[in-house]
Design a protein around this ligand. Structure first.
Ligand code: KE4
Length: 427
């Protein structure tokens, strides 16, 4: 069933650490070996052995319109004939910037980069440069890419000081990062009471996807706004996953969040490497060469990447798919919930729009400590049972599942039936 993937993985492991170019793809959280993909179309992945899967990871978020979306393909075919990279400004970069500014309520100016990591790294540097302060607050269970200063874990729980959670990240890099608890307004208030005017920014996922889907409480969102404004810190909304996913204006439009800076990725590039950070013009004007905060990139605003991003955002803007995605996603949620209940599977299901997570948990998942109690071994068994029924879920309990416009009713029905069988078989 997976012979060609097995052979490909053996080859890759000799060439690439762990055989993958991003650890999330290695199936480490579910066991077994990763499947190597031959091609994609619409809602489907096809592996090297010719197996077809209904895809719910969609390249970890970008594929909201399905794989190989024809307008994106056409835009790339036209762009590639004009060359692949110029290293000089183009109108396409202004076109993509105009689309981002038109869609994302808080963005008045934007800088294009090449990944979500680069976007958050740059936004943090800008926040520090703009405020002249050093400290950054992030939340346990939130992931913002592999930025040294954010690859940190909660240190001594009481102090909420952080320690590196990867070799190679120095104590110095972690020293200015404070770990807070998501959905804990009082905890955040205590940190600000202690640190007061030393905090440059608070960075957060407006709907968590990286500990599975965790939804912010209104009290938490209110505390984020009030405390950053009171203490002169910037509010950095990491919409790399939620941007253009939860609405055309992302989570900030859906929840009325008013950040000072926003980071973007995934959908904004239509599957090509694009990240972006933007916000109030008075802040963005501090970025070199307008200002003094350094940030650069050889391939930033690349003509192929911007072509894919423009085609994607134009499609989303011209015929917003969010009502359709809500219907599809609500159907999937109801089906998964019914399957869990009919099989007596302890579960917690969280969904916002077309991103959702079925937690194998006995109680609500509202932050990292409660997420960490999930039965991840059972999730692993469920994952493989679904693979064998032609369903490709995120290969970790702590990820979001994404529905696209390409998922048909038949795909959703097949997924729901498979989930029922898979939960029974997962034991
Ligand atoms: P990238 O550098 O991977 O483009 O973006 C980092 C990032 C930043 N912020 C949020 C909220 C994110 O979700 C991400 C990346 N997400 C992971 C999966 N949840 C990407 C998968 C991977 O690392 O391969």
């Amino acid at each position: 069933m997976f012979d060609k993937s097995h052979t490909a993985f053996a080859r890759a492991k000799n060439l690439i650490p762990g055989g993958v170019n991003s650890p999330a793809r290695a199936f480490g959280a579910v066991g077994g070996e990763p499947l190597f993909i031959d091609h994609t179309e619409g809602a489907y992945l096809y592996d090297l052995d010719g197996n077809r899967y209904i895809d719910y990871i969609g390249s970890w978020g970008p594929m909201i319109l399905g794989h190989a979306y024809p307008p994106v393909i056409a835009a790339l075919e036209a762009a590639v004939r004009r060359g692949t990279s110029y290293g000089a400004p183009t109108e396409a970069e202004s076109e993509l910037a105009e689309l981002i500014i038109a869609c994302v309520p808080s963005v008045e100016q934007v800088r294009l980069v090449n990944s979500g990591t680069e976007a958050t790294m740059s936004a943090i540097r800008l926040a520090r440069g703009f405020t002249g302060r050093d400290k950054i607050v992030k939340f346990a269970g939130n992931y913002h890419g592999h930025v040294d200063s954010l690859l940190v874990a909660a240190g001594s729980a009481a102090a909420t000081l952080s320690v590196p959670n990867s070799p190679g990240v120095t104590a110095g890099a972690a020293a200015d990062t404070i770990i807070a608890k998501y959905n804990d307004p009082a905890g955040l208030e205590a940190i600000f009471a202690r640190e007061d005017s030393k905090i440059a920014a608070v960075v957060f996922e407006p709907v968590c996807g990286n500990m599975g889907v965790v939804i912010p409480t209104p009290e938490f969102l209110r505390a984020l706004h009030e405390l950053t404004q009171k203490h002169g810190a910037l509010l950095v909304c990491d919409e790399v996953m939620t941007g253009f996913r939860l609405s055309l204006g992302g989570a900030q439009q859906r929840f009325g969040i008013r950040p000072d800076l926003t980071t973007l990725g995934k959908i904004v590039g239509g599957g090509l490497p694009v990240g972006a950070y933007g916000g109030r013009k008075e802040i963005m004007q501090h970025v070199l060469p307008a200002g003094k905060v350094f940030q650069a990139g050889t391939l930033s605003g690349n003509p192929l990447a911007t072509a894919a991003g423009i085609a994607t955002l134009r499609a989303l803007r011209e015929s917003p798919p969010y009502e359709l995605l809500e219907v599809k996603s609500a159907k999937l949620e109801a089906g998964l919930r019914a399957a869990a209940e009919s099989t007596g599977t302890s579960h917690w299901l969280a969904r916002v729009g077309s991103m959702l997570t079925l937690f194998f948990a006995a109680s609500p998942v509202t932050d990292w400590p409660t997420a960490a109690k999930c039965d991840t071994a059972r999730f692993g068994r469920f994952f493989w049972q679904m693979i064998h029924r032609g369903i490709y879920l995120p290969c970790s309990q702590y990820e979001a599942l994404f529905v696209s416009t390409a998922h048909s009713d038949a795909d959703l029905d097949h997924t729901i039936n498979a989930a029922h069988e898979a939960m029974q078989a997962a034991g």
